[in-house]
Design a protein around this ligand. Structure first.
Ligand code: NAG
Ligand code: NAG
Ligand code: NAG
Length: 651
């Protein structure tokens, strides 16, 4: 059967040649990437081939650094790069597309080709990858609250079809290996066997979408965990099946599971883990480099092709990071260092050199030197000053009213924070219990602008004792900590997802005010406006209106970088004395910080967002600012990262 497919491909090439009569095209269509099932191997242009690939996500690395990271991958003896494509970033709102800057995936792919790398592309639509909603657009949940994601629900398929057929497939087509580009393989879905839906109609639909668009001109594959239970639902008939596992696995068992579903073809580990992901509050994950190198050697000696997940993890800038939902809700930090061979700042680690020693036994190392680590610099302390609080900012923002609280999705708020307010219309016992069941994810509660406590999905704390009088205003600022990225809980609505009660009486008539933290331009004009307003009111209104320790407030500072060819350089932002929040440098959202729960203490500040001369820092501190407690109101830019800090609250 499989041999028949190969002959058919050859026939198509021949037809192309006769029809076009164009020599260039004929040469391009001579390129082929197929599977020789009989001999358990890939064939590239008809010759036996194996890949040693590494994952680098373009959306986690500044485009100015793509070439450097890809070159370091190539110089480690790897011959391919694997990346996901993140639908949510490219289509932030329905029919609104972004392929600019860090999202110029076509440029990333052609840069890989220029650096002599093949490309393995994973379009999803679901990608997990520790990203918000596993890379699915949040607005799917607005279009249909009951949408069954990753299934043959027609309302889901319609959106996937639009995205793939009208947008992504046409971009990909000229980049396929057969068409002269570097893409040798494309993944269909992503670890679908780990998702309980097990909807074969869905995976068959995806298969036919790809086949209609590409015919036999690209090799399709699936990836699943290395167990029968995963492959059972993840394997798609007539599509090449691969598995994923880390260095702790028993190779015979792991590849044995793959062989059970696919007796022939090359062995492939599509996600070989040289490290692992982190959660806030849990110790930084590390995996022993010697062990990673040794098991890589073992796999390669079995003639397997391997993709290392991650070769370079990079950073979940902005609100990109997702969360996991098991028996507890756990949130992924901003750093995606992953204990990978290239660290978060793109520098080779000891693991890099250990692996390079292995790969060169199997594939020729390209000539030349591995690029050196980028220089790092301590720009020192940056003095911060308070701008105003979220509750003050509210007065100049637009609100929406409704009988019951609306979710972030209903409000068209992708992430960040929303202020929910209502007037308490009745007398309450003293004290009374405010219940905000299943808040998504963290809610800061105020009565008449006075902070009274918080609710938290992570801590499973959903009650706050409060004292209130009729007609006092209840304000709840709710933070999304990132949507669930894996498993059955990915339809993770944010905000107040249930009706808050005081002693079982439902609170009605809500006003919702999105805080424009996802929109740098709108945020900065709102903050400018706030500053003017406060300046006019300064004498009458000195109260901060945040938490008593200076939280739920915006702070600003600036620092100077020498006007010298050696600058700017990479640096790391340390937030001693600050508790939890979001930070922007020159209008670029670096991500969330939460040094006290760890393990991530510093934020990576890539040189690409810095400039010589004056640079700005804005913070939204949600909880505690050192400015309110001591005279030292600073953040620090230092030359070393701290991503493996203490986690005093881990179990
Ligand atoms: C192109 O195809 C021809 C005929 O099948 C083959 O002889 C030749 O080796 C191929 N060229 C390359 C570069 O693979
Ligand atoms: C690996 O491939 C080579 C060349 O085809 C072959 O001689 C060898 O037996 C294979 N090794 C294994 C473990 O399959
Ligand atoms: C790489 O291999 C060489 C030769 O076997 C050895 O001398 C060197 O120490 C190895 N490097 C690492 C980082 O293991």
């Amino acid at each position: 059967m499989k041999g028949g497919t190969l002959i058919y491909v050859g026939f198509v090439f021949l037809c192309d040649w006769f029809i076009s009569g164009n020599t260039l095209e004929a040469q391009a269509s001579n390129r082929s990437f197929t599977i020789d099932y009989e001999n358990d191997r890939f064939l590239k242009d008809g010759k036996p081939f194996r890949y040693i690939s590494g994952s680098i996500h373009y959306f986690r690395v500044l485009p100015s650094e793509w070439r450097d990271r890809l070159r370091k991958l190539r110089m480690a003896g790897f011959n391919a790069v694997q990346t996901y494509v993140e639908w949510a970033s490219h289509e932030p709102e329905p029919d609104v597309y972004d392929f600019s800057g860090m999202l110029d995936v076509e440029k990333f792919i052609s840069t890989a080709q220029e650096e002599d790398l093949l490309v393995i592309l994973r379009l999803g639509p679901f990608i997990d990858a520790e990203r918000d909603m596993g890379g699915l657009p949040y607005w799917l949940l607005r279009k249909n609250q009951d949408m069954r994601l990753r299934s043959s629900d027609p309302t889901f398929l319609k959106e996937v079809d639009d995205w793939f057929v009208n947008v992504m497939f046409p971009k990909v087509k000229p980049l396929l290996y057969k068409n002269g580009g570097p893409i040798i393989m494309m993944q269909v879905e992503n670890e679908y066997g780990s998702y309980p839906a097990c909807d074969y109609a869905y995976t068959a639909h995806l298969r036919s979408l790809y086949q209609k668009a590409f015919g036999d001109s690209v090799l399709l594959f699936t990836t699943d965990g290395d167990g029968v239970g995963y492959l059972k639902c993840g394997k798609i008939q007539d599509i090449f099946s691969t598995v994923d596992f880390g260095p702790q696995a028993d190779l015979e068992k792991a590849f044995g599971a793959m062989r059970l579903f696919q007796p022939h073809g090359p062995l492939v580990n599509s996600e070989y883990y040289p490290g692992w992901l982190d959660h806030w509050g849990e110790p930084h994950s590390t995996v022993d480099g010697e062990k990673v190198a040794q098991v890589l050697d073992d796999m390669l000696s079995l003639n397997a092709s391997v993709n290392m997940y991650m070769f370079h993890g990079g950073t979940s800038f902005g609100f990109g990071a997702g969360s996991n939902l098991g028996s507890n809700f756990k949130v992924c930090p901003t750093s995606y260092d992953y204990d990978a061979p290239l660290n978060e700042a793109g520098d080779p680690t000891e693991k890099y050199w250990l692996l390079r020693n292995i790969t060169q036994k199997y594939l020729p190392l390209p000539p030349g030197d591995v690029p050196p680590p980028s220089p790092k610099y301590s720009y020192g302390e940056v003095k911060m000053s308070i701008l105003g609080s979220v509750l003050q900012l509210k007065t100049i923002l637009q609100s929406v009213s409704a009988m019951w609280p609306l979710t972030f999705e209903e409000l068209s708020v992708p992430s960040g924070l929303v202020l929910y307010e209502t007037v308490i219309p009745f007398r309450t016992p003293d004290p009374a219990r405010l219940t905000i069941s299943d808040v998504h994810d963290r809610g800061y509660v105020f009565v008449d602008q006075h902070y009274v406590g918080m609710v938290s999905r992570e801590a499973k704390l959903f009650d706050v004792p409060l004292q209130s009088l009729p007609n006092q205003t209840l304000s709840i600022i709710v933070e999304s900590q990132g949507r669930v990225c894996f498993g059955p809980g990915i339809n993770d609505f944010k905000g107040l997802t249930t009706k808050p009660t005081i002693e079982d009486r439902e609170l009605k008539n809500w006003r919702m005010t999105p805080i424009p933290v996802t929109h740098t331009k709108r945020l900065s004009s709102a903050l400018d406006n706030l500053e003017e307003t406060l300046a006019q009111q300064l004498l009458r209104h000195t109260q901060l209106q945040g938490t008593p320790q200076g939280g739920m407030s915006f702070y600003r500072g600036s620092f100077s970088i020498p006007k010298d060819a050696a600058h700017p350089q990479d640096t790391f932002l340390k937030l001693d004395g600050w508790r939890k929040g979001i930070v922007w440098v020159n209008g670029f959202n670096l991500g969330r910080y939460w040094p006290e729960v760890g393990p991530q203490v510093t934020l990576y500040v890539p040189r690409g967002i810095l400039k010589t001369g004056t640079n700005s820092i804005y913070l939204l501190e949600q909880e505690v600012s050192p400015c309110a407690l001591s005279s030292k109101c600073v953040v620090t830019l230092q030359d070393t990262p701290e991503i493996a800090g203490p986690t005093p609250f881990s179990e």
